[in-house]
Write a protein that binds this ligand. Structure first.
Ligand SMILES: Nc1ncnc2c1ncn2[C@@H]1O[C@H](COP(=O)(O)OP(=O)(O)O)[C@@H](O)[C@H]1O
Ligand code: SF4
Ligand SMILES: [Mg+2]
Length: 322
């Protein structure tokens, strides 16, 4: 493959866990939200990052966007390690990497009309000509399936699906290269989800965008991803082109996720169910991230973390028994 557009190397983010006396004393240990995660995003592809709630997907996305500062690792983009840049150095690159998230309303000023909300990023980018800004706003409204009629409306006057269209328009108006979509359809009805996903796919092709699509829903991720990374307890446990992953899921956790999808579990794949509690990955945690729930765990799994290694071209798995 060619050089990645963006490369995450050995990303780590941890949060302190304090003892009963709180912050009076140093933290007892840390919760490792993301630990040793590496992935590459190639130009024009959609990479689906999937895993249960709390596995570190949002933290990974926020680190890429520069909204959360990681404790370790690199994020390489156009010859820069984004984690080492100051705010001032990051600013010109920020327009290239935009975010679409689950609840766009929470970040929009409710007293600002839609036209002005969409013009704002253009003003911040220094586009001075008001007529040109208005033309760009009208063009993006049309692209996301809204119309001129919405220009003077307020965000709360839109339906859930239309608000997400607005969120996507706001991310796309400054023509970024990479979009991080964090659970963009999780709050929507299934029929509206399909419309938004179709629109995202069409826009991605038309604008040559690279998409990091984050979701807990394997069905949604399958629908639009070229490659999928399966995440568990802050680490990637499997990564493959979408068709390969669905034809031959190798990691017991991926198999467990598939067992919960009715039309896949019927195909006679190994049935692994997710028993037990999701553990906390403290600094003391050892071994394979999945060992506390894995039906195949051995003593080695409890002691030694398996590396993510390539088992077929483009298909990587982190399991001692694969
Ligand atoms: N600011 C924070 N402070 C403490 N813990 C956090 C913070 N942000 C995230 N976490 C924890 O990190 C873990 C990963 O969270 P997140 O990245 O939001 O997961 P996901 O998006 O996969 O649901 C969770 O256990 C969450 O509680
Ligand atoms: S390394 Fe061991 S515990 Fe981890 S997934 Fe493989 S068999 Fe299960
Ligand atoms: Mg999340």
């Amino acid at each position: 493959m060619s050089t990645p557009l963006l490369e995450v190397k050995d990303l780590c983010k941890r949060y302190p866990i304090y003892g009963p006396l709180g912050k009076l004393f140093p933290p007892k240990t840390h919760m490792n939200a993301v630990s040793g995660l590496s992935l590459q995003l190639y130009e024009g592809e959609t990479y689906g990052l999937v895993g249960e709630s709390g596995c570190g997907k949002t933290t990974t996305g926020r680190c890429i966007l520069g909204l959360t500062h990681p404790d370790g690792g690199e994020i390489q983009y156009q010859g820069h390690d984004l984690t080492k840049l100051s705010d001032r150095e990051f600013r010109p690159l920020r327009r290239d990497i935009q975010l679409v998230f689950q609840d766009p309303l929470s970040s929009l000023n409710p007293r600002q009309r839609i036209g002005s909300l969409l013009e704002e990023p253009l003003i911040i980018q220094g586009m001075e000509d008001a007529d040109a800004r208005r033309a760009r706003v009208l063009a993006i409204l049309e692209k996301v399936g809204l119309s001129e009629e919405h220009y003077f409306r307020y965000p709360h006057e839109l339906s859930g699906g239309q608000v997400q269209r607005l969120g996507i328009a706001r991310a796309l108006i400054i023509e970024p290269k990479l979009i991080v979509c964090d659970e963009p359809v999780s709050a929507l009805d299934v029929s509206i989800q399909a419309q938004i996903l179709n629109m995202l796919t069409a826009l991605q092709r038309e604008m040559g965008l690279t998409l990091l699509f984050i979701s807990h829903d394997m069905g949604v991720v399958r629908y639009l991803s070229d490659r999928i990374g399966v995440m568990y307890l802050g680490a990637l446990v499997e990564e493959a082109p979408t068709d390969d992953l669905f034809a031959d899921p190798r990691h017991p956790y991926t198999q467990a996720l598939f067992s919960s999808i009715p039309d896949l579990s019927k195909r006679g794949k190994t049935h692994v169910s997710l028993g037990g509690e999701l553990p906390v990955r403290t600094d003391e945690f050892q071994g394979c991230v999945f060992h506390t729930r894995c039906p195949y765990a051995t003593d080695r799994c409890r002691r030694e973390a398996p590396a993510l290694r390539e088992v077929e071209p483009g298909h990587k798995v982190a399991c001692h028994q694969t």
